[in-house]
Write a protein that binds this ligand. Sequence first.
Ligand code: UD1
Ligand code: CA
Length: 459
Amino acid sequence: MKQTAVLILAAGRGTRMRSELPKVLHHAGGRTMLASVLAAARAAGFEPGAIGVVAGYCADAIRGAVAPLGVKVTIQEPQLGTGHAVMAAEGWWRAYERLIIVHGDMPMLSAATVRGLAAALGGDVAAVLATASPAEPRAYGRIIREGNDVIAIVEERQATPAQLALRELNAGFYGFQTAALAPALAALGTANPHGEYYLTDTIAILAKQGKRVAAFALADADECLGVNDRAELARLDQSLRRRKAQSLLQSGVTIQLPDTVVIDPDVEVGPETVIEAGVQLLGTTRLGRGCHVRAYSVITDCEIGDQVLIRQHCVMERARVAAGALLGPFTRLREGADIGAAAHIGNFVEVKKTQVGAGSKANHLAYLGDAHIGSGANIGAGTITCNYDGVDKHPTTIGDFAFVGSNSTLVAPVVIGPGAYIGAGSVITENVPEDALAVGRGRQAIKAGWARRRKKRTP
Ligand code: UD1
Ligand code: CA
């Protein structure tokens, strides 16, 4: 027999979300709730093959989200309660000695809890359940004890006033010896207000058989927070964001007003980096050490070296930035922007699929697309690479130490040689050789005294 598996219950609809999407596919903390629960199981050491998901409502969407990871998906149709969901997957988990069961709508679940439940199942313990005392006891099952052992879980709607006053609650995470679980499930009935098979009723069944049920107190009571509506989703999102910010603070990152930043779970930030208020670091973004991200920048899937300064309001996605570069305010880096070491990209400069060499500068108001810019180049204010002719995109090459005067229009494909100089306001349609000066604009005309004569004419 195989040792331990994890089963995630995710078949419910979540009516109060008022959504077409199944509840567990809503996002909190930068991932779907189901992905967070899966991540906890994976971090606890479970391979995808030892993880099962019970799907029902919108099963195809759930299958699409998790089946590619190698997780076993079982369909529960119709959905007749949490006990029924576990029965639906019995054909799969029967091959294991122990089963951890968790709810897909509880994304605060930690790897430590999954490991703790598995470890608690040793010896004569037939089942273990996680307990907590959340500030709001509403809707949780009450834990009934006899001495050290748990003898039942009573659902809120069936609890007596004395049971309702109990503050030790059923978090919704369990461990079972499968040899004890299977017959307990078979003994479940539906004599309750919902007419459902409650997984929680297996506890009293096991206790009556003289089997031991242990309790596992959650280290962090927030772990038992689940989502039933979008207000709770917003609160959990905030808790998960806080958890990520706390772990970065502990690793040596400074965060100003941590409750205002949004940092996705997979983002990495080096020590001594400073993150100011309102910053969003999303996706797979990685920031080096000693960086400074000023207020309200949004950075998605970017790779950023050490000692980079990102001033306020930069918007960046799928870009790379080398050490010591200086960006913003209001810089826009798009897919394939590759900014060299100590380069400067300033306000209202948009860069797409363009390499900018070390120490090059484009400080104001420019569009650089499909370009290769050498090192030490200076791109004047208002420079535009005209990369698109309405049908195709074309490249622009600018050599090392070239100087592109302000408001130049570079019509691609075009090559500006190293050290070349472009006069301000030029429209460049032909290649410019190394060290040459190119000026492409109408000549200035002077009409002496013209303005004075005009003033005399107008009263
Ligand atoms: C359940 C527990 C309660 C516990 C609480 C913790 C039962 C009867 N009650 O109540 O003691 O305090 O969780 O959050 O178990 N699901 C299915 N198939 C179904 C029904 C539910 O897969 O037929 C899934 C849901 O998608 C959800 C999870 O099981 O992820 C929990 O179901 P839910 O209806 O939210 O249970 P609670 O009423 O919260
Ligand atoms: Ca619930």
